[in-house]
Ligand binder design. Structure first.
Ligand SMILES: [Fe+2]
Length: 165
C-alpha cells in the first residue's frame, strides 16, 4: 500500500502562503482544524501545480485550503471523508508528526510510516489510508489541495508521473 508520494516540483510559493496564513484573521473551524480558503492565483509561482489544480477542478470544488493546527494537539486516527487523495505542503510547524498506518487485528495499527515533510516539497497523500497528526510546541500551517472525490489516488499519481509535477 502506497501511503504517500513526494512530487518533483520544488515550490516557490511556500513563504507567500505562510505569510498569508500568518496574516489571516478569519479562520473557520473545520472538523476541529482551522481553515481558510485560498485562490489558485496564490499558487501561480508553481505552474505545474496550477495545471494540476485546473485539471482536477480543485478550485471549482473549493478544495484549496490552508490549515492551522494549534500547539499540543492531536487528531484521532482517521481516513478523510469526501476525498481519495490530497496534495499537501507543510508551510511551517516542523515540530510535528504525520503518521500513516494500516488497521490490523490485535495491534490496532501496523505498518506505521511517518511522512517527514521536507521544506518546499509537495506530497500526494492516499487519504483513504488511516493517518493521524500530532502537533507539538508550535502552530502548524499546511497547504492542502483536496482532490474532488470523483478522482482516485491512482488518477492523481498517474497524472503527476505523466506531467512531471
Ligand atoms: Fe486527514
Amino acid at each position: 500500500m502506497t501511503y504517500f508520494v513526494q512530487l518533483g516540483t520544488e515550490s516557490k510559493v511556500r513563504l507567500h502562503l505562510l505569510r498569508k496564513a500568518k496574516e489571516a484573521e478569519h479562520w473557520k473551524a473545520n472538523n476541529g482544524i482551522d481553515r481558510i480558503e485560498i485562490d489558485a492565483s496564490d499558487l501561480e509561482g508553481d505552474p505545474l501545480i496550477v495545471s494540476l489544480v485546473e485539471h482536477f477542478q480543485c478550485k471549482a470544488h473549493r478544495r484549496l485550503s490552508l490549515f492551522r493546527f494549534l500547539p499540543w494537539t492531536c487528531h484521532s486516527w482517521h481516513v478523510d471523508l469526501q476525498r481519495y487523495a490530497a496534495i499537501n505542503m507543510l508551510l511551517e510547524g516542523w515540530d510535528s508528526a504525520t503518521l500513516f498506518g494500516t488497521r490490523a487485528a490485535g495491534v490496532n495499527l501496523t505498518n506505521i510510516q511517518p511522512l517527514e515533510y521536507e521544506p518546499d516539497r509537495y506530497y500526494l497523500l492516499n487519504s483513504k489510508c488511516t493517518h493521524t497528526i500530532i502537533n507539538y510546541s508550535r502552530p502548524r500551517f499546511l497547504l492542502s489541495i483536496g482532490i474532488p472525490e470523483q478522482y482516485s489516488f491512482k488518477d492523481v499519481r498517474d497524472y503527476i508521473e505523466r506531467t512531471g509535477a
